[in-house]
Design a protein around this ligand. Structure first.
Ligand SMILES: C[S@@+](CC[C@H](N)C(=O)[O-])C[C@H]1O[C@@H](n2cnc3c(N)ncnc32)[C@H](O)[C@@H]1O
Length: 254
């Protein structure tokens, strides 16, 4: 193939089977944590907030690749991804989750404690405020951005300005990974034209008052800006992975 266009599967049925096969051939997760995921999916109205178990596996793999021991998460919901980061760093590591919904944070805290997970600390409040007040003793190895999409550029800007080269007081260490979820929004960020069937489906959902707040024009604009800021920053090397809802992975060089 001359270009790098990846048209891998002829239809959704084949893509589903390939995805299942791929997940089955990817590292395993503790049953207690996958059971917690199943509980969220079965019982929670907003269960689509949480990452899939397959994406979770990729997170463990990435964190272990860089030997991460300290992870910062922006947007924790009921704590499934925080539990995954906890598993990735092991008992000697720590996870800090920023969440502004007290009910979600309370469920996350109690459920994780029930799972025997004691190395996750949730900080309540708007993440942009928490980011400006955090002073970790040792900088984080990885940050996962998964909160309100319209603030992604703000989160990036705060993370970078609070991680200045040579500073003894920084949020991210040199070489840290910046992982951000939902940066493609079912492809609408890259192709917002009517030729993309998801655009029409999204417009219909928005007209019915469903999901509009998640895929608003402002979210799309800000996700585009975030992807631009990440890829054009001289301080970051990026890999935009077109899997799931689009995962931006960046490595902070300095
Ligand atoms: C997509 S969910 C996170 C899902 C979680 N990372 C997981 O995979 O299990 C986004 C979360 O971000 C929280 N959130 C949204 N805006 C926020 C803000 N400005 N500050 C802090 N948390 C916010 C929401 O309450 C929600 O729980």
């Amino acid at each position: 193939m001359k270009d790098s266009q990846a048209v891998l599967y002829p239809n959704e049925e084949v893509a589903k089977k390939v995805t299942e096969y791929s997940e089955n051939h990817t590292l395993g997760l503790p049953k207690a944590i996958t059971d917690y995921h199943a509980w969220i999916v079965e019982t929670q109205e907003m269960s689509n907030y949480t990452i899939s178990t397959f994406q979770a596996k990729s997170h463990v793999w990435l964190a272990r690749l860089i030997g991460a021991k300290r992870i910062l998460e922006i947007g924790s919901y009921l704590g499934f991804s925080a539990a995954i980061w906890s598993h990735a760093v092991g008992p000697s590591g720590t996870v800090t989750g920023l969440e502004f919904n007290p009910e979600y944070a309370a469920v996350a805290k109690s459920k994780l404690s029930g799972l025997g997970i004691n190395n996750v600390n949730f900080i309540l409040g708007p993440a942009a405020d928490s980011l400006t007040t955090l002073t970790p003793e040792v900088p984080y190895d990885l940050v996962f951005i998964d909160a309100d999409k319209a603030n992604y550029p703000t989160y990036l800007s705060l993370l970078l300005s609070h991680s200045q080269p040579g500073s003894s007081n920084r949020l991210l260490r040199p070489g840290a990974l910046i992982v951000a979820d939902n940066v493609l929004r079912r492809g609408i960020v890259a192709d917002p034209s009517d030729a993309n069937p998801h655009v029409k489906a999204d417009r219909e959902r928005t007209a019915q008052g469903k999901n509009g707040e998640f895929r608003s024009n402002r979210d799309l604009e800000m996700l585009n800006l975030f992807n631009k800021d990440m890829s054009e920053s001289e301080r970051i090397e990026t890999w935009l992975v077109p899997l799931w809802d689009g995962v931006m992975v960046g490595r902070l060089i300095d």
